[in-house]
Write a protein that binds this ligand. Structure first.
Ligand SMILES: C[S@@+](CC[C@H](N)C(=O)[O-])C[C@H]1O[C@@H](n2cnc3c(N)ncnc32)[C@H](O)[C@@H]1O
Length: 211
């Protein structure tokens, strides 16, 4: 999903260094210090306009959340939400999910979320899927032993692909939901895409996979 450039997006991000970490390489190994506590760090890669990360931060004040997106404009919309919610336990990063080992030390991240990741349906674009093995290599490095990825999507093809990718990587599937909203799963926080697609009647898939 590409969004149209937003005038003033850079200025907005730069004006909020408390929330937007503009030099994430300098934060490597120091994230809890930056948050000012020793609470666990959960990250969402491809956080979009920030509904999930903001909702999770409100629901779990004892967890530090970092929303990561490759698009500056999208991150600026997430910042709007974070500012409106005034949540102290959120930070935002404008970086590519493939380079997270530059910004996080080994096992520095306790939990990783992928929500409605771009499906890249063409085989020639497989390497861009966030559940492709090179991304899993990166995620594994910053998560602890037995760290988990929690992944939601409406895209059946990407879900099937990801289940296979996780399995081939040797990960253990701890839970699979083929219709999350019809299940008894509690505490689900909706993302923007989840709200849009579920309103259209699409089924939402979810998996928890452990390294
Ligand atoms: C389809 S949107 C979903 C946004 C949000 N998670 C939701 O569920 O509403 C996918 C998001 O992933 C971001 N993205 C795609 N590839 C990425 C990458 N390699 N690193 C970081 N973000 C990425 C896109 O910019 C986009 O904002």
């Amino acid at each position: 999903m590409r969004v149209r450039n937003r005038k003033g997006a850079s200025e907005l991000l730069e004006a909020n260094p408390h929330y937007v970490v503009l030099d994430p390489a300098a934060a490597k190994g120091r994230w809890q210090e930056l948050f000012g506590n020793d609470n666990p760090i959960h990250i969402e890669v491809g956080s979009g306009k920030g509904a999930f990360i903001t909702g999770m931060a409100k629901a779990h004040p004892d967890i530090n959340y970092i929303g990561i997106d490759i698009q500056k404009t999208v991150l600026s919309y997430a910042l709007d939400k974070v500012l409106a919610a005034d949540v102290p336990n959120v930070k935002l990063l404008w970086v590519d999910g493939s380079s997270l080992t530059d910004y996080f030390a080994e096992a520095e991240v306790a939990q990783l979320y992928l929500n409605f990741s771009d499906p890249w349906p063409k085989k020639k674009h497989e390497k861009r899927r966030l559940t492709y093995k090179t991304f899993l290599d990166t995620f594994k490095e910053i998560l602890p032993e037995k760290g988990q990825i929690h992944f939601k999507t409406d895209n059946r093809g990407l879900f099937e692909y990801s289940l296979v990718s996780f399995s081939q990587y040797g990960m253990v599937l701890k839970g699979v939901w083929l219709d999350l909203h019809a299940s008894d799963y509690e505490g689900n926080v909706l993302t923007e895409y989840e709200e849009k697609f579920s309103q259209k009647g699409q089924v939402i898939y979810r998996v928890e996979a452990e390294f």
